[in-house]
Design a protein around this ligand. Structure first.
Ligand SMILES: [Zn+2]
Length: 756
């Protein structure tokens, strides 16, 4: 054999060895490990599910950490759970992500054992993708150290039964493998065939946790002795979530095996044959995770392993003592049993599950299996009858809606995912989100009692928000408290109102533009407008949506107009904040300079110690600055009185408090001047936008030769504006010019005059 091939084969052998399953752990060692890390090892499927969700989703991000009315409706990143490394990503909106985390927490607390999780979603909501990805990550999680689950496996020493060995069934040497190097085998073969032949390996078909093999009456003492963490012990012995550790019984196979061994040997000898091993979930093999489709036949016959049964019978010299027989349910005990769609055969399955969760018991021939699985079903709303028709069943069900996306930021994330990050280059800021808002609007209930109860006077928002306040509700769903709400309404948004609004979201997203359709519609929108000279703007969105058959009849009357109003309002705020003097640092400097100037005589050249600005204190200087504080109409007498009052207050108090720049800014006096300054600025900052043709032309010429021909003031202002729009609000240069011209041509400054 050539050297390079030999090397490759050696390398492959090493890899196979590394990837082969870790050895079974003798029970004694398992108990030592349990003592060291009890929360990791003592877990049932519900606790595992909880740990899995938190492992992938993390702790979440709260945009308003100091909000006393927070209901912990926060941003969870579900990308690792549903999107990364997935051929078919699923996007959970903020409502669903929060619901999932709450669900995981309540499963963990043991509050909802013996219930079926029913995920209800309309066609096209992606619920089967949701489940597939969730289960895939569950399989991955149990392979990590953080997700380790353990199950029982028996290694019966055949010598103790007077048998010299278990004969070879496959001749390993003949097929070219030496001991310890055998390839991975299927589960059934592996259970019988161990190279040593000294042991008959009997895996627990129900994946019993090894701890339940200890007779119930001894478990508490044992755990009390081996666990040193007293805090954890308190939880273990008293909380509902750990009751299973003390109450669960081994499966019929393990029970009968234990009994058969008990009559033949000492407890110490029995324990020496008990092992723990990693419980591996495999949807493909139906171990730990099984998914049933409506077409899958319901198989009631019990399963077994004739080869293994033969050896068990030989061992005990009896064909009755230990029956290696179990149901299909056993394969997902301590795992997840999932039903895709409650139709045809799955209706029977759901009814069977109802029986199991009501009694906690599953009959297989004459045995009773205790099944503790997470039962999950995906249901279309119209198929809910099977469950709804029976009261005793509805009590056993937790309904979790998987509706169409109700949160526009997640809707946008889907578009981004489809185009791999190029989208932003084609859109003006806020335009892509506006498109998503139209789609989301089609899915929400237009009349929301919870929002109406909160906002007493919707009229005050009518210049920029829609009549039904959908644009407001969407912000709440996305976790934003919009800046344009009045102080009163922000105050009224207390915990109860927030919860009511979010709870109502559970009933939304059942109709409107489906997940599938929305991406299709977006594709045609994007391909129609992407080739234009200009960036895609709000008018493009409105024109498209008003004529698109899949959308136009699914949104409320007037919604598109309000969408434009809201857009106009928001960009106008951005323009205001980007204008020359509407710059907090500049304003601070002006106030510092003024406070210093009033301590000096007219005619002095000064350098302000706070700002290090040099300037001359003149009547002109006072006039300009004081008009910024008091307004253009302030008379000389008013200004002089203001100057004297300010000086008196400054000398008496402010100067003593404001011993540093930071402290000075925080004084009540400074803050008051700041407020006056801002107030006046807001009123006048848009003046160039209202009636200055030169300003408009200068914006158009920005970036060309012609731009430098404008007078200095306009050049400065326009440069500053464009720069701010770029850096503060993520516009490109082209985008910044485009919205400024838009704002001028549409006379936005006049449109919202009374608000400013
Ligand atoms: Zn068992």
């Amino acid at each position: 054999m050539p050297d390079n091939i030999r090397k490759s084969i050696i390398k492959l052998q090493e890899k196979l060895r590394r990837e082969s399953k870790p050895a079974n752990i003798p029970f004694e060692d398992f108990i030592i490990q349990t003592g060291k890390n009890p929360p990791r090892i003592l877990r049932n499927i519900f606790q595992l599910f909880h740990d899995m969700i938190h492992y992938y989703v993390g702790g979440g991000f709260n945009e308003y950490p100091n909000d006393p009315e927070s209901i912990n409706y926060i941003h969870y990143d579900t990308g690792k759970l549903f999107v990364e490394d997935s051929d078919h990503p699923f996007f959970a909106d903020r409502l669903l992500a929060n619901r999932l985390v709450t669900l995981a927490d309540s499963l963990h607390s043991g509050a909802v054992r013996n219930k079926m999780l029913v995920f209800v979603g309309p066609p096209g909501s992606g619920k089967s993708t949701f489940l597939t990805n969730l289960l895939r990550q569950m399989e991955n999680f149990v392979q990590t150290d953080d997700g380790a689950m353990y199950e029982t496996v028996w290694q019966i020493d055949v010598e103790k039964f007077g048998l010299p060995y278990i004969p070879n069934i496959i001749d390993w040497e003949a097929i070219g493998f030496k001991n310890g190097n055998e390839p991975k085998l299927g589960e059934a073969e592996e259970s019988v065939l161990k190279p040593q032949n000294k042991f008959l390996v009997i895996p627990c078909p129900s994946h019993d946790h090894p701890i339940v093999q200890i007779p119930k009456e001894f478990r508490r003492d044992l755990l009390n002795e081996i666990i040193t963490d007293t805090e954890f012990k308190k939880i273990l012995f008293h909380r509902k979530e750990y009751e299973w550790v003390f109450n669960d019984s081994p499966c019929p196979v393990c029970s009968s095996l234990f009994r058969a061994l008990e009559s033949r040997m000492s407890p110490a000898e029995i324990l020496s044959m008990l092992y723990a091993r990693r419980y591996e979930f495999s949807r493909k093999l139906g171990e730990g995770v099984s998914v049933y489709n409506p077409g899958d036949k319901v198989i009631k016959d019990p399963l077994g392993n004739p080869e293994l049964q033969k050896w068990i019978d030989t061992l005990f010299r009896s064909s009755n003592e230990v029956k290696y027989t179990y149901s299909r349910m056993a394969k997902t005990n301590n795992g997840i049993f999932a039903i895709m769609d409650v139709k045809s055969n799955n209706i029977e399955r759901v009814i069977n599950i109802h029986g199991i969760i009501s009694d906690g018991i599953h009959k297989v021939e004459c045995y009773e299996e205790h099944i503790n699985s997470m039962f999950v079903a995906l249901v279309n709303p119209e198929d809910m009858d099977v469950i709804n028709d029976e009261k005793s069943f509805t009590d056993r069900v937790i309904k979790i809606p998987i509706p169409y996306i109700r949160d526009y930021t997640t809707e946008v994330a889907i578009y981004h995912n489809a185009y791999g990050g190029i989208l932003d280059r084609y859109f003006l800021p806020h335009v892509l989100t506006s498109f998503a808002k139209v789609i989301v609007a089609s899915r929400l209930m237009w009349d929301s009692g919870a929002v109406r109860e909160w906002i007493e006077d919707a009229e005050i928002y009518s210049k920029f928000c829609d009549r039904d306040l959908l644009l407001l509700k969407m912000e709440i769903y996305s976790g934003n408290i919009p800046f344009w709400l009045t102080e009163k309404d922000v105050k009224r948004l207390d915990r109860i109102r927030r919860r009511n609004i979010i709870m109502q979201g559970n009933d939304e997203g059942r109709s409107g533009v489906s997940g599938r359709d929305s991406l299709e519609v977006f594709n045609s929108f994007f391909s129609r407008f992407r080739g234009r000279q200009y960036l895609i703007n709000i008018q493009d969105v409105v024109n498209f949506c008003a004529s698109e058959p899949k959308i136009k009849d699914k949104i409320p009357d007037g919604f598109l107009d309000s969408l434009v109003n809201m857009y106009d309002y928001v960009i106008l705020q951005e323009i205001k904040e980007s204008m020359f003097y509407y710059n907090q640092e500049q304003i601070h400097n002006d106030i510092f300079n003024y406070l210093f100037a009033i301590n000096n005589d007219i005619g002095n050249e000064v350098e302000c110690p706070f700002t290090h600005d040099r300037f001359s204190v003149s009547e002109d200087y006072f006039s300009t600055t004081e008009k910024r504080l008091l307004g253009e109409k302030a008379t000389i007498a008013e200004r002089e009185k203001f100057r004297n009052d300010t000086l008196r207050r400054y000398v008496a108090k402010t100067i003593h408090e404001g011993t540093s720049v930071k402290k000075m800014i925080n004084t009540a006096h400074f803050q008051e001047l700041l407020r006056m300054y801002n107030q006046n600025l807001k009123e006048n900052v848009l003046d160039p936008f209202i009636s200055n043709d030169n300003f408009r032309r200068a914006i158009k010429d920005f970036g060309t030769e012609a731009f430098n021909k404008y007078d200095r003031r306009i050049v400065d202002e326009v440069q500053f504006l464009i720069k701010n729009l770029k850096f503060k609000f993520n516009y490109t240069e082209q985008g910044a010019k485009q919205i400024c011209i838009y704002a001028i041509d549409r006379q936005l400054a006049d449109k919202f005059n009374s608000e400013t």
